[in-house]
Design a binder for this molecule. Structure first.
Ligand SMILES: *Cc1c(COP(=O)(O)O)cnc(C)c1O
Length: 393
């Protein structure tokens, strides 16, 4: 298997096969290497490894065979040369920032990114002299206006959470490159099963493996995917020194998750599409947000970037917060949790959870109304999901 070039194979095959290097034991499944360090044949070999003159394992903060298998498999799925696994999605984003940015650099970031990503750039990188401008995801002229001579990085998620707004990846990659900057896309909602931003010009992919890559809500992890140059020279030295490494056990769980990623993302999307179409017909629903609906304001752009709509559906019910909370509280089966990317369907009230720390005007500007409910559609039978939602009426 070591001599296979996975770019010749289909994504379904890469998800199952890429990155495995069998040991002399001939194991069929990927082994877990729960070891913190590695032994050398001689003092000289140790010296050569430590000096970087010969490649190989030294310590699991630097490299680990199970983690490497996960990295090679995810890189093969995203179509990137190199992947670095991290302890969490936020560790991946922090490592990107520490590896690539320095005091005096400027970042342009979508306003509709994961809350902790906003806090990281605003509160922590700000302390180190990196300034960030936040802009509306879908407003290209706002991105253009925010660019400065020292802009080094553009950061976004598409589709956005929870309103499923779509960023034009190709246009924003061109904008970044015209200014000598890099485009990083958090591909959490689609995963490489539905969307491959590197092929559209993005330079870096961010993942919270905690979500769909695991797919069953078991482990926290993250990753970055991109060119060898960017990851090896820019970010790996920080990972090795700063220490946000992924554990081998978690890497193994994510590997098992990747094997079913394509199947699951297709099933999540089919369920979500059905739910979104059904919600549109319900009298208690004012508005439905889902990229797979023809009524989505960016349906054509979504179709040009994603093969399917993904698993996240948001909708607005009558009655504001009271109406939304009543619907949530009357469900019996759905999990009331802000997490997503699980085979179990989750339901959440963004205005008082994920977006609760925003001020009222900020929330209104972002379109997060009191009646908004977000559903991360799982793989249960659709009729059971619908019936659970109808209990509160
Ligand atoms: C959850 C999430 C993160 C953070 O990942 P963790 O694994 O929780 O650290 C980053 N981006 C997006 C889009 C997420 O949903």
């Amino acid at each position: 298997m070591d001599d296979i070039d996975w770019s010749d194979y289909h994504p379904e095959t890469r998800a199952i096969r890429a990155g495995q290097h069998r040991t002399p034991e001939g194991e069929h499944a990927e082994p877990i290497f729960p070891t913190s360090s590695y032994v050398f044949q001689s003092a000289e070999e140790a010296a050569l490894r430590f000096s970087g003159k010969t490649p190989g394992n030294i310590y699991s903060r630097f490299t680990n065979p199970t983690v490497r298998t996960f990295e090679e498999r995810l890189a093969a799925l995203e179509g990137g040369e190199r992947c670095l696994a991290m302890a969490s999605g936020m560790a991946a984003i922090a490592s990107m920032a520490f590896g690539l940015l320095k005091a005096g650099d400027h970042v342009v970031c979508s306003r509709s990114v994961f809350g902790n990503t906003v806090l990281l750039f605003q509160n922590f990188l700000g302390k180190f002299g990196v300034e960030t401008t936040f802009v509306k995801l879908t407003d290209l002229s706002a991105w253009e206006a925010a660019m400065r001579p020292n802009t080094r990085l553009l950061v976004l998620e598409t589709p956005s959470n929870p309103l499923t707004e779509i960023a034009d990846i190709r246009q924003l990659a061109t904008l970044a490159h015209d200014h000598g900057a890099l485009l990083a896309v958090d591909n959490c909602f689609c995963t490489p099963a539905l969307q491959r931003p590197l092929e559209m010009g993005a330079d870096l992919i961010i993942h919270s493996a905690t979500k769909y890559l695991d797919g069953q809500g078991r482990c926290v992890g993250g990753a970055l995917v991109g060119s060898h140059e960017l990851l090896e020279k820019g970010i790996y030295p920080f990972l090795r020194t700063g220490g946000p490494a992924m554990s081998p056990f978690n890497a193994w769980v994510f590997l098992k998750g990747l094997e079913t990623l394509n199947l699951r993302m297709r099933a999540h999307s089919e369920n979500a599409q059905k739910l979104a179409e059904w919600l549109k017909e319900q009298s208690f629903v004012r508005k439905v947000y889902y990229p797979g609906l023809d009524s989505h304001p960016q349906a054509a752009l979504a179709k040009s970037q994603q093969s399917q709509g993904g698993g996240i559906v948001s909708f607005e019910v009558d009655g504001g917060r009271e109406g939304a909370w009543a619907m949530i509280d009357h469900t019996k089966m759905l999990s009331i949790t802000a997490n997503l990317g699980d085979v179990k369907t989750t339901i959440t009230h963004p205005a008082t959870t994920t977006h609760g720390r925003l001020t009222d005007p900020e929330r209104q500007a972002a379109g997060i109304t009191e009646g908004l409910i977000r559903i991360a559609v799982g793989l249960e039978h659709m009729d059971d999901i619908k019936n659970d939602l109808l209990r509160g009426l």
